[in-house]
Design a protein around this ligand. Structure first.
Ligand code: F0G
Length: 361
């Protein structure tokens, strides 16, 4: 069957069920980006654009599984803390399943498109006077008290669905290039994807479907103002130390307490990968570069390309490497950041000569 057409449930053999609450999700493009490939100086660069999922981010892959579990268990209320995308996805999948949805968001730190999605899909939205990590503390407390079913990436069923990002990358890259990628570079917030991809690759190796030497190096990228995973990798720690104050233009990964770190750090280490921090300016430059290839992503997503550029400059990534960058969310998620990074519209009178004069300037 066709990998693109079938999406997440193509890989049901690797998932806990045969089907889920589906919109449908997965089957996202693996773009060629020839100018960026040339400029960064790697043998092959592909961009796996998860912004092309139904609600515009990879979260849909987790929700198709997680909300099916909630249905089966028979819960009254779904809940998540979110920097935005999780809330958009949960609201849509919750609506699809006809379940009540509660989302806790850090006030003033969630991009406009994401709040609009949660709102229209009918979630109850609480804006917390605190950062994402505090929102997650509270949602965990609600779940502990039996008030809600938690659908953050602490929920292992979410990560089962997100494994399919890794499965699709391997299958598609192999079909196109005849090999597996040497490295996958991805933005890190709670490190759910890092943990999920590592689990997917381990399961393939254990089943004999993938040679240990073909496992891609998992390479995480964080914003410099929010980089506890980078700190833990550099220090060789087994878990992160929580950062209380975090700031970045990439609000999706404005996270000081990556809850999946204990599962993700071994993945980075044992695949021979690494982690790197990038500035907001580097993120915006990478967002422009991707847009220049027709690939529209939100700032957090562009962190992957910014991180690859930095690692090439440092000589950590070799010129002969075949690399896949993961872009996690769509440009329209954060229209304000896109408008800020792009060029301004030019006013002109409603007159052809005036337009021609302006073009001739
Ligand atoms: N990129 C985007 C666009 C995200 O929305 C997130 C996480 C990440 C990357 C980080 O992924 O947690 O697997 O390392 N967003 C969560 C949310 C926190 O609430 O939408 P991770």
């Amino acid at each position: 069957s066709n990998a693109i057409a079938d999406g997440v449930w193509r890989y049901s053999a690797a998932l806990p069920f045969d089907d889920g609450v589906s919109l449908p999700e997965g089957g996202t493009p693996l773009h060629e980006v020839p100018r960026l490939e040339e400029e960064l100086g790697v043998d092959r660069l592909r961009v796996k654009h998860e912004g092309m999922n139904p609600t515009g981010s990879f979260k849909d892959r987790g929700m198709t599984v997680g909300v099916r579990v909630a249905e089966k268990v028979g819960v009254d209320r779904l809940a998540c803390a979110s920097t935005g995308n999780t809330s958009a996805a949960l609201s849509a999948y919750g609506a699809r399943a006809g379940l009540e949805t509660l989302v806790l968001l850090p006030a003033g730190k969630v991009a406009a498109g994401k709040i609009a999605q949660a709102s229209l899909h009918g979630a109850r939205i609480l804006e917390v006077d605190g950062n994402f990590d505090r929102c997650l503390d509270i949602v965990q407390n609600l779940a502990d008290r039996g008030e809600a079913y938690l659908l953050n990436s602490l929920n292992p069923f979410r990560l089962e669905g997100q494994k399919t990002i890794g499965l699709e990358i391997l299958e598609e890259f192999r079909a196109d290039e005849g090999t597996y990628p040497d490295r996958i570079v991805l933005p890190v917030g709670n490190a759910g994807n890092t943990a999920a991809l590592y689990k997917a690759f381990r399961e393939l190796v254990e089943s004999g479907a993938l040679d240990e030497s073909d496992v891609p190096k998992l390479t995480g990228v964080q914003a410099a103002g929010s980089a506890p995973m980078v700190e833990a990798v550099e220090e060789g720690w087994d878990d992160i130390q929580r950062w209380e104050d975090v700031e970045t233009i990439a609000t999706a990964i404005r996270i000081g307490n990556p809850v999946n770190a204990p599962k993700a750090l071994p993945g980075i280490r044992e695949t021979g990968g690494t982690a790197v921090a990038v500035s907001d300016e580097q993120i915006t430059a990478a967002q422009r570069d991707l847009a220049g290839e027709g690939v529209g992503v939100e700032p957090a997503s562009a962190a992957s390309v910014a991180g690859l550029r930095k690692l090439r400059e440092r000589g950590v990534v070799d010129a002969d490497e075949q690399v896949v960058c993961l872009t996690t969310g769509h440009l329209l998620k954060d229209p304000d950041a896109a408008a800020e990074a792009g060029s301004d519209p030019e006013p002109v009178p409603d007159d052809t000569d005036a337009v021609l004069d302006l073009l001739a300037e």
